[in-house]
Design a protein around this ligand. Sequence first.
Ligand code: NDP
Length: 481
Amino acid sequence: MRKMTEIIQSHINGTNQASDGDYIEKHYPATGEVIAKVEIASDEVLNMAVAAASAAQKQWAQYSGQERGQILIKAALALRQANAELARLEVQDVGKVYSEAESGDVPSGADALEFFGAAIMTYGGIQHQWRDAIGYSRRVPLGVCAGIGAWNYPAQIALWKSAPALAMGNAFILKPSEMTPLVAMRIAAIMEDAGLPKGLLNIIHGDHRIGKAICEHAGIAKISLTGGVETGKKIMAQAASSLKRVTLELGGKAPLIICADADLDKAAEIAMSANFYTAGEVCSNATRVFVHRSIAKDLLELMVARTSSLKVGDPMAEDVDIGALISEAHLGKVMRMIQQGVDEGAHLACGGNRVHPQGFEGGYFIEPTILSACQDAMRVVREEIFGPVMSVLIFDDDHEAITRANATHFGLGAGLITKDLARAHRMSAQLEAGNVWVNSYNIIPPDLPFGGAKSSGFGRESSLYALEAYSDVKATYIALD
Ligand code: NDP
């Protein structure tokens, strides 16, 4: 783990760019130590990034889809070779356990690059025919696109946004969360070493102020945000003056409906992973677990027994299941939400305490927590907590479960556990969410669209829909007479 306080600068046109602005201190969530100082990019640095991106994009758009695809696939291979190094940086950024970063988050970025590199080789438009004319519509890049990221999946966010944008022939500017500046820097350097022309992937550091400047910059055509609902509203408003396109990947409060016919072992495993993976800091997590009354007691006992045996501590240790939360402030918020749940009448079935593991006493750790006897009106059930806190609710029939599951302004994910195929199709069609998982949870292969409905946002990441989101349609009509 790094001990020196490193200075992190923005990465523009292949080199680090100093800024005369202020610094943000970057803490390692597992110890609370300051491990880096991040230079806040000035408006001048942002202008440099836009100019470099714009120049590089004009060349890049001339490459054929096959040429761009070949470079992106080569870059994906280089990222895979650096997987362990990137996973360590991801741990320093987020405090999540190394095994998750190494097996899930980081490789999912390379998967995206590979998928979009391959997809762009065959991605085309539509032909049209009339008696005296022909026409075609083709997809064209937007120019310079930007991404603004949350702190929970910095490697994945960097690549899920930049890979389709680059494949489509755009240049990209990424602003990671101020709390997770490390891994995206290394990703950009590795991709450039693998042959990505400089200026196509630029990293700008800073907080919401530089985020706002990105939204308002006339040289940027599109913004893709991963963040909270309130931030999404601000970003739409800020992007309006320059008529930018916007994709919003926002928060959630997803339901998981566990039907009476569910296998209990499997249901417990899915519900726990849908709540405690990455210490619960996952937007699509199924934090409202609706359990059929007939199995509720047995399932709760099983989940409490298993959850109580999860080990919290050093994210780099092999036997640890749950790492740190992102910050002291966030930990405080999660603890307050748990207390509020108890005050409102929920039963603390397990967890709920801050943990100070030996050697990591200053870290932001909390026990995985299950609140049972929850009611729909409780704040813990209505609001996103973004920590390892599961709320268990009881239901009696499918119609009731669907009605209560949909009674939220969020609509990102939803889950269903049943052995009944007809019920699975029927209920998944009724769930108001961008993604529904049946007998699984949070699985997102690169060719499956991911994104929200209702207040969880709009636009999709992954899949060919993401290529649409980073392109425009241009129609040509050719008279034949
Ligand atoms: P925030 O909404 O606080 O921040 C997200 C990003 O937006 C950060 O980079 C932040 O900068 C930036 N930002 C904040 N305000 C502005 C502004 N006015 N203009 C431009 N940029 C701005 O989210 P968190 O980082 O706290 O992440 C947690 C949230 O993200 C949760 O709600 C979670 O559900 C959501 N999320 C959604 C996902 C999805 O795919 N749907 C996936 C992961 C998380 P900075 O913080 O550096 O100041």
